[in-house]
Write a protein that binds this ligand. Structure first.
Ligand SMILES: *Cc1c(COP(=O)(O)O)cnc(C)c1O
Length: 371
């Protein structure tokens, strides 16, 4: 066994990823395509394996966060894809970005101006995307900047805008009026731009946005989290399959002869007679420290509680609930599986599934399941 495997095993089920992608495709309105967000190393699961798999599923529109991520993605995929960079292009990097064939999301008038200035060949700039602020108030072109762009016909005709998009603030809360407000704002931006550049594609929905209904789908959806198993409909049954399984080795078991405090800070006392199992994974491996005293693992098929504070490299479970034969055969504990889902683990750590995934450490062996 390689030494990493002894340190835990992160299994990524590419078949489940495929099912999730197809499931989202099937939800989209006619004429709407499904892209994929593979930023942050495909939310920690490994862009190198995830992106080619999504390509084989039919995906042709990929989104990354940074130019460096885009440059790393290019050699992984055939040439007939579009790679959009969600945080755009830094000043001075326009030419390199265009030469690499990446499509930056531009979010100020000045950026569009620079893009045309530095990438234009024979009156036409390299392809770009424009991101508008419909109500997230993060990146995104303001209405004022957008109007300035629309009124500059020369710039607009040179700009080669292929995609207009915006991002929803609370798509995972379908009852919020803010979703409708953003939809309307986006429709206005879109109508204005399309009046002058009819070929521009439109995109609004992330994973949860897909579940807000057809009106949110436009030409292209941009799911990330749901592909990787995060529930796009919090509080309801998760329509996505689990993609990640994480198992970590048990490196010590012991019975307490007297009651004892477990872990740093001596925050939690465990009764005499309890059985404890120490697992080789801690917060440096993405096992969120915030779930100290609240988290769970699965031993065999028994849910076992974490006790005391999590450390950097280890965490401790109370396995008193196991039978003696179950304890004897206990070699690993699962921290993410079908029984212990991403969103549940996230809730113990006071966060969301996105953070659980992107925190996954690099000390595990990784195994990719595919046909
Ligand atoms: C990360 C991101 C997405 C993907 O969102 P999910 O909620 O993971 O589906 C889509 N669009 C933008 C602009 C993003 O930054």
């Amino acid at each position: 066994m390689d030494s990493n495997a002894q340190e835990g095993l992160l299994t990524v089920d590419l078949k489940a990823l495929e099912d999730n992608y197809q499931n989202l495709c099937a939800r989209l309105a006619d004429g709407s395509n499904c892209g994929a967000v593979v930023k942050a190393d495909a939310y920690g699961l490994g862009m190198e394996r995830v992106a080619p798999k999504l390509y084989r599923c039919g995906c042709r529109d990929f989104f990354v966060a940074t130019q460096a991520e885009g440059e790393a993605l290019i050699p992984l995929l055939p040439a007939d894809v579009r790679i959009m960079v969600l945080t755009g292009v830094r000043d001075g990097c326009e030419k390199a970005c265009a030469q690499a064939g990446l499509i930056p999301a531009l979010f100020t008038f000045q950026q569009v101006n620079n893009w045309v200035k530095y990438t234009q060949i024979e009156g036409k700039a390299a392809p770009c995307a424009v991101k508008v602020d419909s109500g997230l108030t993060r990146l995104g072109m303001t209405g004022a900047d957008f109007n300035k762009l629309l009124s500059d016909e020369r710039l607009l005709s040179a700009a080669n805008i292929q995609l207009l998009f915006s991002h929803l603030a609370c798509a995972d809360e379908p009852q919020r009026q803010h979703n409708g407000v953003q939809l309307q704002n986006f429709q206005q931006f879109a109508a204005q731009l399309r009046a002058q550049s009819p070929g521009v594609r439109l995109s609004l929905a992330n994973s949860s946005g897909i579940y807000l209904g057809d009106r949110y789908h436009f030409d292209l959806a941009r799911p990330g989290a749901a592909l990787y198993g995060v529930n796009p409909k919090p509080g309801q049954l998760n329509p996505m399959r689990a993609v990640v399984n994480l198992r970590v080795p048990v490196i010590q078991q012991r019975r307490l002869h007297e009651s004892a405090y477990v872990g740093y800070g001596a925050t939690q006392q465990v009764a005499a007679g309890s059985w404890l199992a120490v697992a080789r994974a801690g917060y440096a491996d993405g096992v969120l420290r915030a779930q100290s005293g609240r988290g769970w693992g699965v031993a065999g098929d028994v849910k076992v509680p974490m006790v005391g504070r999590l450390s950097m490299d280890t965490c401790v479970f109370d396995v008193s609930g196991l039978s003696s034969s179950q304890r004897e055969s206990l070699v690993h504990i699962e921290l993410l599986n079908r029984q212990l889902k991403l969103d549940e683990v996230a809730s113990y750590g006071g966060t969301n599934g996105y953070e659980v995934l992107t925190s996954l450490g690099h000390r595990y062996a990784r195994c990719y399941l595919d046909d």
